[in-house]
Each structure stands twice: as structure tokens, then as C-alpha cells.
Design a protein around this ligand. Structure first.
Ligand SMILES: [Zn+2]
Ligand SMILES: [Zn+2]
Length: 282
């Protein structure tokens, strides 16, 4: 399993001189499992991924893919920072490209409605149905397990305003968890703990420092905003016997991220703060 990070930011893209090292694009992670490609979230990082997929000569088109692999997208939820890149996902404009989109229904809003709405007139010039690609929406429920050739993708509901889904990819006896966006509240979420137990790596929502989260930095705190901290990531990774902790959904500049990564590593050796272009073999 090869994981590549195309966008690591939370909430809003932040390009500029203070975010050069970690990158400014919002959430998008590519996971290659043999010939199959699984994409977590479609933040602005999806745009460079789409361009790269076309360059590589394969992508969400079973006819063009090497050896007939499949490409599937799994959305954690439909907040802007997780869908903004889709209107600019070049493979979706190519006729005959098959794109399977997985996600869940938000109360009475069907999975497809948020993506369709993002591109509805007058927000964007091309409707999702006119992009050209063969786009299929598959609605998930908490606890569902999806099989994509020899890869299994399991689902779990996460604490987040409006809800969010965490995913676990199981391939060749390795397990990778994508847990974003997620708020820990008090202690450890037992449902998440059971879901991730023994995984090889977890991509974890660590948007805030503990000081920001609890308001000990003279702010009003960030409790109830839907995100977690590096500290809770360490606690969860240790409790669940996770081998590697990958901090994600960043909310800080390069200098601050370096400090966050350093303190995390001092508590959990095998930790890394994700940056655009980072590749991890699992
Ligand atoms: Zn987010
Ligand atoms: Zn969110």
C-alpha cells in the first residue's frame, strides 16, 4: 500500500510563503493498493492529483488503467474543504472515465446533492452531470464494508458537526485508517478505538494544539468545532497499538507545524506531520 498526500489542510486553502513546506491545499489523500487507487476526500489537493493521474496514463478509467485497476473516491463528509477540488478534477471531464464516489447521506441530503449543488448555476459553469465522466454515487452507512478487488474498505461514524465517516483500508494484511474530520471530546471514543485497533497507520485530524482546543492560550477554546489535537492523536495511537501516527488537517503555518511535529514525536516516536508530496509505504 502506497499513500501519497496531495492536500493536508483543514478548513480553507492557505497558499503563500508561510505554508511552502507543508503545502496549502485542503484534504486529499491517494492510496494505491496494487492496481487500484482509492482517494480520500476531494479538497483542493484533488486538482494536482487529477493532473498527475492523467500524466501517469491511468486513473478513473478502467480502459486506460494499467492492468484494469479501479479508482474510487471516499468522502469523509461534504464540508467545503473536502469537496472543493472536485469541479477541477480533470479525469472527471473525460468521457468514459468511470468514477465511483462513496459517502453518506447527511440527514435528508443525499450524497450526490452536495456535489451537484457545489456546481449548480451560478456557482460553476459546468454541472456535474455535464462533466463527461461516468460518475456513480454509492451511499454508505456506518459499519459498511466495501470490497474493491482485493482491497477492503470499512466505515465508522465519527464525531463532527453534521457527521463524518472514518475509513479503514485493508490490503495485503496491512491496515490504514483515515480519521478526519473528528473531535475527541472527553477521553477516547470507544467506537473509534475498536475500529482502529492494531492498525499499521492512522491519518488523524490534529488541527488544533491542546492550548487552542481547551482555550488555555487566552482564546475561548475550540471545543465543539469538530476537530482534535496531536495530543489526543498520541493517546489514541498508544491505546490502540497503532504503529504510525500521521498528523493531518493542519491549521498552522510551517514554523508552528515544525513545533507540533517535534512535540508529537517526543511523545510518540513514529509520528509525522503530513505534507504535500509525502509518500508512505505501508
Ligand atoms: Zn475539514
Ligand atoms: Zn468538516
Amino acid at each position: 500500500m502506497l499513500v501519497k498526500f496531495w492536500g493536508v489542510r483543514g478548513s480553507i486553502p492557505v497558499p503563500g510563503p508561510t505554508t511552502i513546506k507543508y503545502g496549502g491545499n485542503t484534504s486529499c489523500v491517494e492510496v494505491r493498493c496494487g492496481k487500484d487507487i482509492i482517494i480520500f476526500d476531494g479538497g483542493t489537493g484533488l486538482r494536482p492529483l487529477g493532473i498527475d493521474l492523467l500524466k501517469r496514463g491511468f486513473g478513473p478509467d478502467s480502459k486506460r488503467s494499467i492492468g484494469g485497476g479501479k479508482t474510487s473516491m471516499f468522502f469523509s463528509h461534504m464540508h467545503w474543504d473536502h469537496i472543493q477540488g472536485f469541479p477541477f478534477f480533470a479525469p472527471a471531464f473525460i468521457k468514459s472515465n468511470k468514477i465511483d464516489i462513496y459517502g453518506f447521506k447527511h440527514l435528508n441530503v443525499d450524497l450526490y446533492q452536495s456535489l451537484v449543488g457545489q456546481q449548480a448555476f451560478p456557482n460553476y459553469p459546468v454541472s456535474i452531470f455535464d462533466m463527461g465522466g461516468n460518475i456513480k454515487f454509492i451511499e454508505l452507512h456506518g459499519g459498511d464494508v466495501i470490497r474493491i478487488n482485493s482491497t477492503m474498505v470499512s466505515t465508522v461514524r465519527l464525531n463532527h458537526p453534521g457527521g463524518s465517516f472514518g475509513y479503514k483500508i485493508s490490503y495485503m494484511k496491512k491496515n490504514l485508517v483515515y480519521a478526519c474530520d473528528y473531535e475527541h471530546f472527553d477521553g477516547i471514543d470507544k467506537r473509534l478505538l475498536n475500529f482502529i485497533k492494531g492498525a499499521d497507520a492512522i491519518i488523524y485530524d490534529a488541527q488544533y494544539t491542546p492550548e487552542e482546543y481547551y482555550g488555555t492560550d487566552d482564546s475561548n477554546g475550540r471545543q465543539g468545532w469538530g476537530h482534535s489535537t496531536w495530543e489526543k492523536g498520541v493517546e489514541l495511537a498508544k491505546s490502540a497499538g497503532i504503529k504510525k501516527l500521521i498528523l493531518f488537517h493542519h491549521g498552522h503555518n510551517d514554523t508552528e507545524m515544525d513545533k507540533i511535529e517535534k512535540i508529537t514525536k517526543s511523545k510518540f516516536k513514529n509520528a509525522v506531520a503530513a505534507y504535500e508530496g509525502l509518500e508512505i509505504k505501508i
